[in-house]
Design a binder for this molecule. Sequence first.
Ligand code: NIG
Ligand code: FE
Length: 425
Amino acid sequence: MRADFLLRNAGELLTLACGPVPRTGAAMRDLGSVPGGAVAAHHGSIVAVGRERDVVATVELDDDATVVDAKGVLVTPGLIDSHTHAVFARTREREFAMRVEGRSYEEIAESGGGIRSSVRAFREASEDELLEVGRSTLTRMLSYGTTTAEIKSGYGLSTESELKALRVIGKLGEEHAVRVVPTFLGAHEFPDEWRDNRDGYVDHIIEEMIPAVSAAGLARFCDVFCEKGVFSVEQSRRVLEAARAAGMEPKLHADELHPFGAAELAGELRARSADHLVCVSDDGVRALAAAGVTAVLLPGTTLSLGKSAYAPARKLIEEGVPVALATDCNPGSSMTESMQIIMSLASMALRMTPAEALAAATVNAAWACGTEDVVGMLEVGKAADLVVWEVDDHRAIPYHYGVNLVRKVVAGGVVVRDRDETLVV
Ligand code: NIG
Ligand code: FE
């Protein structure tokens, strides 16, 4: 077996390749540990993984192969950020400061800020300007260990601007080392011109936007902000059923600010994921478990919005709901690119064990954004997307928080980030 890439001398290699996908319950703590592990790849795909002597015996290394010595530290699959709004025109630090002084997210939105202020800036921005912001956001994600990111549209809210968003997301996927999964989120908010005719906007999404997005083949998923004051359960159902008929799989922003029946809808529709879930009801948790819908938890948003109650991660795991984690990276409610801080919050605020947090940021996140055939686990045939950490124990990732513990990032068998080389002391 030929190989053009070999990572050797991992102190502990966590493959996550140890059970069905997505992981639920106690299986979320199994990390598929291989002491003294190695990974070999050819043309970006893993051809051998396991104990170093077995891997080395299996492969024939090209003369000019890349060989990475992990020097005895922890190696994991690349992290997967399964819920982001990483393509936007401008940041909103002014609103953040207003929140710090006591105004709520919803009040700010009602007074013309919030998503609609992002929409005004987005519509004016050129594709090149948006690409520039997207590139630097993805590059920062990569430096924190993220090798796959889902990105939603949703700051355009007109056919023309939503297509612009999805074209930019598509281009980022072609040119950037981070793998990108595109999601259409035309139902993110009601734009100014449709505020007095909300059902009219829903019709417009169904009759014009979904067919246009589907014809252009620009989105894998369709998401809806199903929340009090935004899209009702009935409006969300209509949008997501139309999207599914047009070839897009449903996802929901569900029960973030109020219990709203959105998780129940996610169960009914067998959505790929229900995200946020801070205020999910007991019936909602049961509906997710029964339908096998993944809960994507976004504790960075809860922290950034200054709320004290977090999503009921323990209850979700105990009820058998697969749990994934994501940054929600967006200018309004969670301005971070770091899945490491999200894993810290998962342990500190959601009481997820460090092992559960890692499974939620890799294998379950891959499932949540439909990339489970390619990434999220280290096994033969999957992409050689890896993180070489500065630490030798996975529990140190959430423990040592607010810093970047990534030493090297490998995407498709290529070292795309190397702190060892950039460190000039
Ligand atoms: O996931 N909830 C809706 N969407 C984003 C916020 C987007 C924004 O404020 O710009 C979220 O929190
Ligand atoms: Fe979001």
